[in-house]
Design a protein around this ligand. Structure first.
Ligand SMILES: Cc1ncc(COP(=O)(O)O)c(C=O)c1O
Length: 411
């Protein structure tokens, strides 16, 4: 039997430091100072456009538009794709709120479809069940960098006008069947918020090959201007979702580190997968069989209460965290948030205009319900650690697994 659990006063398994995130050095400092000195802090600078172009070409996309966040990328993408009041957008319930709240922001109605048990990403069969003639878009999320079944979704949406808006906030560097996610659907939306694999504090970007969609998105981002238009020419409605030159300067440098970090995370995840396979009651999320590269953002695990003396998730999380493992408890089913259960008062502009609004109180997606009770994850920065840290993490999970009976007795 391994040492006493840390939660019971034993030594925590993890003593190696968790790597700091974000990573930065003199290159970011110099880049920021350059922007400062140039006095081109926002409009007038050239870094945001240059970064959008570089990010797009690295992903094999025709066009990129930088915006203020992943949330605004989703909002602008939906808007530019023509999604609006009365339309329905199919979203997974096991995701960050923005995947669905961006839909409300453009006046459309989120419709929840369940996820697949293995990938925890949107299930094409569930999407097929939710398609109606009001469906305008589907927002698959590549959870933790694990690609969603985009080709399955494309098959389901073939012969419809439904637009696929990929939520790639957690999937920088994920490639499926030789193509980067974000370029397989009609538009891909990325986040550069601090925790993300490419970080600038805040920021977002959307990729598309559709030039008309690009122009509309660019205008939405830039107060209704048009790319080659005059400064005070505003033919369409837009807002100000412009990224600053400071963000673009940091992102240019972060991009230089991305491949090396991806490689490190991939090797670390493989190390954890192999070692955790010997720990009863803990499993990790398997790859999509067509994954070319998995841009790990989260290292997602599931615990199996049946193999761990029936302990509940709270007990599991508390015991694992006490071992020094930074484990997040994962999402709650999104349809349970008051934003949806009280939709008439939280998004009245949407409910007044829509002819069909789901009764979110009666939505139940069984796979999501189960996932919410057994899923947890570690942040990507853990995967930048060396083997000594990873081995201690495995030891921590192994301790909790070995002491499950005692933990259950104390519940
Ligand atoms: C799946 C998902 N979608 C959208 C977002 C929104 O990105 P941001 O925080 O940049 O608005 C996030 C991140 O927070 C996310 O994880």
């Amino acid at each position: 039997m391994p040492n006493a659990l840390a939660i019971d006063g034993g030594e925590p398994a993890v003593t190696e430091p968790i790597p700091d995130w974000p990573v930065w050095d003199e290159r970011e400092r110099t880049a920021l100072e350059d922007v400062l000195a140039s006095r081109q802090w926002g409009v007038g600078g050239e870094r945001t456009e240059a970064f959008a172009g570089e990010f797009a070409s690295r992903h094999g996309a025709e066009c990129g538009v930088t915006v203020t966040s992943g949330t605004t990328a989703l909002r602008v993408a939906l808007d530019a794709a023509g999604v609006g009041p009365g339309d329905e957008v199919i979203v997974p319930p096991y995701t960050f709120v923005a995947t669905a709240s961006a839909v409300l922001e453009v006046g459309a109605v989120p419709v929840f479809a369940d996820i697949e048990p293995e990938s925890l990403c949107l299930d094409p069969a569930a999407v097929a069940d939710r398609l109606t003639d009001r469906t305008a878009a589907v927002n698959p999320v590549h959870l933790g960098g694990r690609p969603a079944d985009l080709h399955g979704l494309q098959r389901v949406c073939a012969d419809t006008d439904v637009v696929i808006v990929e939520d790639c906030a957690q999937a920088h560097g994920t490639w499926l069947d030789g193509e980067a996610v974000g370029t397989i659907g009609d538009v891909g939306c990325f986040s550069f918020q601090t925790s993300k694999n490419l970080a600038a504090g805040e920021g977002g970007l959307l990729l598309t090959d559709d030039e008309e969609l690009y122009t509309r998105a660019w205008s939405r981002m830039n107060v209704g201007r048009v790319p080659a238009g005059d400064w005070y020419e505003h033919p369409v409605l837009g807002s100000n979702f412009r990224m600053t030159e400071f963000q673009a300067a940091i992102l240019e440098v972060q991009l230089e580190r991305m491949d090396e970090q991806l490689e490190h995370r991939t090797a670390a995840a493989a190390h954890l997968d192999a070692a955790l396979a010997d720990v009863p009651g803990i499993t990790s999320v398997p790859d999509h069989p067509h994954t070319t590269q998995r841009g790990y953002h989260l290292y997602i695990i599931q615990y199996d209460p049946d193999e761990l003396a029936g302990i509940d998730k709270r007990t599991f999380l508390d015991a694992v965290r006490a071992e020094g493992i930074p484990l997040s408890g994962g999402y709650r089913p999104l349809y349970r948030e008051e934003l949806f259960t009280e939709i008439e008062t939280r998004a009245p502009a949407v409910t007044e205009l829509a002819t069909h609004v789901p009764d979110y109180n009666s939505v139940v997606c069984p796979v999501t319900e189960h996932a919410a009770t057994v899923t947890a994850w570690m942040p990507q920065s853990v995967l930048l650690g060396e083997d000594a840290l990873l081995d201690q993490i495995v030891e921590g999970f192994a301790k909790v697994s070995a002491h499950a009976e005692a933990l259950a007795a104390d519940e």
